[in-house]
Ligand binder design. Structure first.
Ligand SMILES: [Zn+2]
Length: 298
């Protein structure tokens, strides 16, 4: 958290100090400081002014009030007002000091040299509605490393109100929360469609008769991990991913899936196959073996 900014322009020193309180999580930094800015104090050698940000329910700093004491009365005036759409671009601003406060959308710091928000680990470009660098946690946060709020900033809500969590049936293990991420349409994969989990054969040249056996293992494992209702409320073409120990889960499910594919191909080899089919199956089994070696724990 930034506590102070000191600016020296031709020996005129201005200081901005920030006072932080509890953020939207109810602790100091549980929500990354969102909604937790209490006041901004701007001072030069001769003046000191105090400003108080007002935030909306999502922690966006929409207004800054100036607090002044004069003639023994306390005066409050609005000096800056900002409006943001869901992805954080400033669509409207007014007030004599509009644009001169660092903390704005989502109580994140607006870097005026970069023209974007600084989130501590990377920069967010509101005009493009995406991060400009990759997710520091890699694919654990989803397959698209530049995606901001799942490209759906309107639908985000606290985890406790996540529509994907079926509280009544409690079918989704509480410690394993999968964030839906888009699956490329050209992939052989599993994907949510119409609220149901199904197999997608998007790459016909890379698939054969045994591809469904491989993907069926993933369907079973996904349901075991995220619950039978894992696709309810998930847009078509997306798939819940991530959560606790996701890397281990992925290795395990790929290990079993490649074994299932290999078993299917070995069975086909015993049938009457042409030389050409035989060669293709044997090549595929070689790949299966490599992936089994890579993913299965020894
Ligand atoms: Zn697979």
């Amino acid at each position: 958290m930034v506590i102070s900014e000191i600016c020296d322009v031709q020996s005129v020193i201005t200081t901005q100090s920030y006072v932080w309180g509890i953020d939207l999580s109810g602790s100091l930094q549980g929500a990354g400081g969102v909604g937790g800015l209490l006041s901004v104090i701007k001072s030069t050698s001769s003046t000191t002014s105090m400003y108080v940000p007002l935030a909306d329910a999502n922690g966006n700093s929409t207004e800054y009030l100036q607090l002044q004491v004069s003639n023994f009365t306390f005066q409050v005036s609005t000096v800056a007002y900002h409006e943001y759409p869901p992805f954080g671009q400033v669509t409207f601003q007014s007030g004599e000091m509009a644009g001169s406060f660092g903390y704005r959308f989502s109580t994140k710091y607006w870097d005026s040299e970069f023209n974007g928000y600084y989130y501590g680990r990377r920069y967010y470009c509101a005009n493009l509605s995406r991060w400009i660098s990759r997710d520091p946690m890699g694919e654990l946060g989803g397959l698209n490393l530049y995606l901001y709020e799942l490209n759906n900033a309107l639908l985000l809500r606290p985890v406790s109100e996540d529509p994907l969590v079926d509280k009544k049936k409690n079918e989704r293990p509480s410690e394993v929360t999968g964030t839906p991420v888009p699956v490329g349409p050209g992939l052989n994969s599993i994907v949510c469609k119409g609220g149901k989990l199904e197999i997608q054969i998007g790459n016909k040249t890379a698939s054969d008769k045994c591809t469904p056996d491989h993907e069926q293992v993933h369907i079973n494992d996904w349901k075991k991990r995220y619950g039978d209702n894992l696709c309810s409320g998930v847009p078509d073409g997306q798939l819940p991913c991530g959560g606790k120990d996701y890397k281990d889960f992925m290795r395990q499910t790929e290990c079993d899936a490649y074994k299932a594919g290999k078993a299917c191909r070995e069975k086909l080899l015993k049938d009457c196959v042409t030389e050409e089919e035989k060669k293709k199956l044997e090549d595929k089994i070689k790949i299966d073996d490599q992936r089994i070696e890579l993913n299965c724990k020894k």
